[in-house]
Design a protein around this ligand. Structure first.
Ligand code: ATP
Length: 514
């Protein structure tokens, strides 16, 4: 765990130093749960979104029978009629159970505070207890260990066993008995309230009057814009069931406890597909999308041993969902894999809900299958991914430490995701070398993101490009003047070869495969 969080600290430092990610409004002390992407991070995120759009919407893999998949895209508004959120269940139900501390006013997610009694091996009653915030039991144990040792010393020393229990479960088992619970922040005992629901949607007002009638919400997911436009898309295009609608856009959730860097933010971007199909075919499509989405991450360099598909148990799934898989990734900040994407079989829940709320009939958005003449409300398979979580996974996956190199830290990005694809350097900023290098840079620039740099030692320039994850550097030197060749240095193994200076673009095309 310690080595893992050390890695995370190094990654966070590199991201700031090299302009991948900054704290939002940092000059004013920041604001919890909001992040800005710097020049390199912006390119990385754009590449992620472009790859997704290209691979899922414009050119999705062939279907289960080798058929073409029909996909189209939409780009919906962030603020929608609030009735959308009533129909979707977000206004009533989109909430996390929270506990508040009456002493320090801290607010915590009830499923992420652990009550940790400490026992001696031979005793039935705990000799002390504490509370910690953690994602899972492992994390709670790790967090409790150091403090437990201090408490143990205070009570005569010796070994002890910690038995963490989620506060939400504690309340389920003990009804209102909070008198033994301490606050994870101020340690006061008996000050935590019972868990209460807290709505995660950000509210705003539309128009000049700020009253109940003008309340609106920033969307907590992009999916509902797709459902609300289902009929518009069917009426305005030639798509027929089965088909999918994709959307990429911002979503906002007033997360109680944003943390783990960008992993849990209050403003983030989603890449969502709603795939509409015949109910009888829905499990086949569920399996198709599950496979497609897993392969997509692998194809962009996420190693399969860190990628963990986890089929949800019936207890975890929403009542209308007959299957759901979380695609999880093992981030360095946790011992447990964390969700990158959910692929859910949502049945006809959303279209029926909007049919009922908007048109008064659950089957208002039913379609007729032209071949079989069956009438049904389409079932939906929803692969829903987070751009920022994938960006973070990509960054942590790319981060490589090789003590054998002059500058040991470098980013091994997949070529499609690398923010900069190449750099062009004159070895020295004189002797006519910049004049040879500049046209090469300009020729590449028309096709790929590329940088030109003539300052500092060549070693420092390579190191900067390694940290940015640039796969190739072209260096013009004295020999270029004589025989027209230059050096290509590869990021991954720091190897160098010479090629003709006219061949840079073809070399990049070959090597990047783009
Ligand atoms: P979690 O359980 O981690 O809160 P969720 O199950 O609520 O996530 P969904 O509602 O399924 O998430 O949203 C789909 C995707 O949107 C997630 O898989 C994730 O990639 C992304 N996402 C959701 N909440 C956040 C957040 N607070 N910050 C960044 N990305 C998020």
């Amino acid at each position: 765990m310690a080595a893992q969080s050390e890695t995370m600290e190094k990654i966070v430092a590199l991201c700031k130093r090299r302009g991948f990610i900054f704290q939002s409004s940092e000059i004013y002390g920041g604001i919890g749960g909001f992040w800005d992407y710097g020049p390199l991070g912006t390119e990385l995120k754009r590449n992620i979104k472009d790859c997704w759009w290209q691979d899922m919407v414009r050119n999705p893999p062939p279907g289960p029978d080798g058929q073409d998949i029909q996909m189209v895209g939409v780009d919906c508004s962030i603020i929608m009629n609030p009735k959308v959120w009533e129909a979707s269940g977000h206004v009533g139900g989109f909430s996390d159970p929270m506990v508040d501390c009456k002493a320090c006013k801290g607010r915590f997610r009830a499923d992420q505070v652990f009550h940790v009694p400490l026992y001696r091996a031979d005793a039935n009653a705990p000799f002390a207890q504490l509370s910690v915030e953690a994602d899972d039991e492992q994390g709670a144990l790790a967090a409790a260990e150091a403090r437990g040792t201090k408490l143990s010393k205070k009570h005569g020393g010796g070994t002890f066993v910690a038995r963490p229990l989620r506060v939400s479960e504690y309340f389920e088992a003990n009804a209102t008995a909070n008198k033994n619970l301490s606050c994870p922040k101020c340690d006061e005992i008996g000050t935590l309230t019972e868990p209460r629901s807290f709505n995660l949607m950000f509210q705003t007002h539309v128009g000049a009057l700020q009253d109940v009638g003008s309340v609106a919400y920033l969307r907590p997911e992009t999916a509902q814009g797709i459902f609300a436009n289902f009929k518009n898309v069917m009426d305005s295009t030639r798509v027929k069931i089965p088909f999918g609608i994709g959307q990429i856009g911002k979503a906002f959730r007033n997360e109680i406890n944003p943390r783990n860097y960008t992993f849990r933010s209050r403003e983030f971007e989603q890449m969502e597909i709603e795939f509409f199909c015949n109910p009888k075919e829905s499990m086949r499509w569920y399996e198709y999308w599950r496979g497609v989405r897993l392969k997509w991450y692998e194809s962009l360099g996420i190693k399969s041993d860190k990628l963990r598909p986890r089929e949800q148990t019936p207890d975890e799934r929403a009542h209308y969902s007959s299957a759901c898989i979380d695609i999880e990734y093992l981030f360095p900040f946790s011992d447990e894999p964390q969700e990158l994407e959910g692929v859910a079989h949502r049945g006809c829940f959303d279209l029926s809900a909007h049919g009922k709320h908007a048109k008064g009939k659950e089957d208002a958005f039913a379609v007729i299958d032209e071949e079989t003449k069956e009438r049904f409300v389409p079932h939906v398979i929803e692969p829903s991914a987070g751009v920022d979580r994938f960006a973070l996974a990509t960054i942590t996956e790319a981060y490589t430490m090789d003590e054998g190199r002059a500058s040991p830290e470098f980013m091994r990005f997949h070529p499609r995701l690398a923010p900069i694809k190449a750099a062009v350097f004159p070895l020295v900023a004189k002797d006519g070398l910049p004049e040879i290098a500049e046209p090469i840079y300009r020729a590449i620039k028309k096709h790929y993101p590329v940088q030109f740099d003539a300052k500092q030692s060549i070693g420092k320039r390579y190191a900067r490009m390694d940290e940015a994850g640039t796969p190739f550097c072209f260096t013009v030197d004295g020999q270029t003047r004589e025989d027209g060749t230059l050096t290509v240095r590869s990021r991954d193994d720091a190897s160098q070869t010479r090629i003709a200076k006219e061949g840079c673009l073809d070399y990049l095309r070959d090597q990047l495969g783009l």
